[in-house]
Write a protein that binds this ligand. Structure first.
Ligand code: IPE
Ligand code: IPE
Ligand code: MG
Length: 223
């Protein structure tokens, strides 16, 4: 089983469009996929799950969509907090959270506090996250601490620290790109691309991704 699974949750808009729904309906259905995947990760003994929910580039969407996504995030946290707690989930975020709307930051803090004594799956939400920005911030923070810039110090100053690098990255909606997600950490991550749009990514698709991972031979540059 991979210890750390990262997921690029993409295709909500296309899922909605195919059905003649507004984009926000796709995001709502996507929130159900999140719920299922987090629960299964706990059941299957995955230690860490990192979900790409909002990129630094996503601010360029319409104000209505951005607002809708932020509201959905806050509502979902509020609605799921109890269940997450029951399942022992821990919550972290990566990305520049300070730029998120105050009502979202408040909900994140409340949920994180509620879950702070848990020892189960480490759920990391990437919010206002950009991989390049994270690397720049890590280098700056190493320099600020008076440390030399090395692979070890950069890794240690990344927001994902002390989590191990992801073993498996799942990329939904059929695009073969990283979209600025975990650029540093994905150096040796196994990538599973599925054409499934995120709202349709449920138990069966998660299992296929894990089976695919189990067939990979990880070499890390060795012969
Ligand atoms: C992923 O779905 C959700 C976010 C990026 C916030 P999209 O909204 O990008 O859906 P598509 O790519 O338009 O189908
Ligand atoms: C990737 O989806 C970002 C998130 C899942 C939050 P995008 O829809 O923003 O990615 P691109 O634009 O297709 O690369
Ligand atoms: Mg997209």
């Amino acid at each position: 089983m991979p210890r750390h699974v990262a997921i690029i949750m993409d295709g909500n808009g296309r899922w909605a469009k195919e059905r003649g729904y507004p984009r926000l309906m796709g995001h709502r259905a996507g929130a159900e996929s999140v719920r299922e995947v987090v629960r299964l990760a706990g059941e299957w003994g995955i230690e860490a799950l990192t979900l790409y929910a909002f990129s630094t580039e996503n601010w360029s969407r319409s104000a209505a969509e951005v607002r809708g996504l932020m509201t959905l995030l806050a509502h979902t946290l509020r609605r799921e907090a109890k269940e997450l707690n029951k399942n022992g989930v821990q919550l972290r975020t990566i990305g520049r959270a300070e730029a998120l709307p105050a009502f979202v930051r408040k909900e994140l803090k409340q949920t994180r506090d509620l879950l702070s004594n848990n020892r189960g799956v480490v759920l990391t939400l990437a919010l206002n996250y950009g991989g390049r920005q994270e690397i720049v911030d890590a280098v700056q923070s190493a320099l600020h601490a008076g440390e030399p810039v090395t692979e070890e110090t950069i890794s240690r100053h990344l927001q994902t620290a002390p989590l191990p690098d992801p073993d498996l990255m799942i990329r939904t909606s059929g695009e073969f790109r990283l979209s600025n997600f975990l650029l540093w950490q994905a150096a040796y991550t196994e990538i599973h691309v599925t054409s499934t749009n995120w709202p349709d990514f449920r138990r069966e698709q998660f299992l296929s991704a894990l089976l695919d991972y189990q067939r990979r031979e990880r070499r890390f540059g060795r012969a």
